[in-house]
Design a protein around this ligand. Sequence first.
Ligand SMILES: NC(=O)c1ccc[n+]([C@@H]2O[C@H](COP(=O)([O-])OP(=O)(O)OC[C@H]3O[C@@H](n4cnc5c(N)ncnc54)[C@H](OP(=O)(O)O)[C@@H]3O)[C@@H](O)[C@H]2O)c1
Length: 328
Amino acid sequence: MKILVTGGTGFTGKALVKRLLDDGHQVVAMDYKEGLKTEELRQWGAEVIIGSVTEPDVLRRAMQGAEVVHHLAAAFRELHVPNSYYYHVNVEGTRKALEEALRQGVRKFIYCSTCGVHGNVDNPPAGEDAPINAADYYQQTKYLAEPIVKEYQGKGLKTCILRPAAIYGPGDPERFFMIYKRVASGTFPMFGSGKTLYHPLYIDSLVDAFLLAQEEGKGEGEAYLIADEKFVSIEELVRKVAQSMGVRVNIPHYPVWPLIIAGHVFEKVCKPLRVAPPIFPRRVDWYRQNRAFKIQKAKRDLGYNPQVDLDEGLRRTAAWYRAEGYLK
Ligand SMILES: NC(=O)c1ccc[n+]([C@@H]2O[C@H](COP(=O)([O-])OP(=O)(O)OC[C@H]3O[C@@H](n4cnc5c(N)ncnc54)[C@H](OP(=O)(O)O)[C@@H]3O)[C@@H](O)[C@H]2O)c1
């Protein structure tokens, strides 16, 4: 099949492109910046199209002959942009991609949303019908695109929405690496009780879910939470990261409220100065927001069955960080 992956050079996009190529598909990866990763993707055999998902001409070229579209491109944590930029990329970009997919007769459109649309989970674990309670602008715009996806399902385009939990694994130089880096220092300051729930998702399991969702007759017009089999507390996660690295870690506890205030103050002060804040509200949410989900619906309808447990996933991730020189 010819398959388009938007955001194809991102952490998840790259892993999906690789698997699709390994499975023998013809893959077009679309992203809006040329760079080392785009070269790597070309070497693997993907066609790379540079441009934004907000540009109809680029979408037209990228979707030509595509049977399936995996829409992963998203504004995530952008510096120096107004909030409207998130709306422009995550909502309007998704609408434009759907419109082009409908026009070109794409067989199936998979929209990558986020578990973050549920915000703090009051009654963990949450299912897909749990309240929508997006906590920040990124999450809100990811959710605002969901009803648009359903609108196009109504117009005759087959769609499926995935809401991934916290993605980690080899290939991620940013998100989980911050946890590994702090653990490697020997001390991980824990703000709050450490009992906040966290639901990881190993990258290969998410790629499995995309492959299942693209199948004919599966999950059409539906949304699915995708996560590992088990969730953990954030303190347990930190201990397991240390275990995966074969090191000991001290976890001193501090109250969380000064960090909440600092997050807001730093964001307010740094934004006009156009510098990256050292702490910002979303990072503080990591210590506060319960994230634990049910994956029964994806298991039942898609046949989703995560194969890599947290200990094994963290071991593989630690090995990748070492091999790539991120960790000693
Ligand atoms: N990471 C998580 O834990 C998590 C959890 C739930 C859901 N998700 C969702 O999963 C998807 C992939 O996330 P990820 O963590 O792999 O993020 P990522 O590495 O940031 O990938 C997103 C990609 O989209 C590209 N992009 C941004 N704006 C674009 C535009 N206007 N046109 C074309 N491409 C654009 C980015 O390019 P640049 O890098 O050049 O900006 C990046 O390559 C996203 O839809 C995200 O919302 C992520």
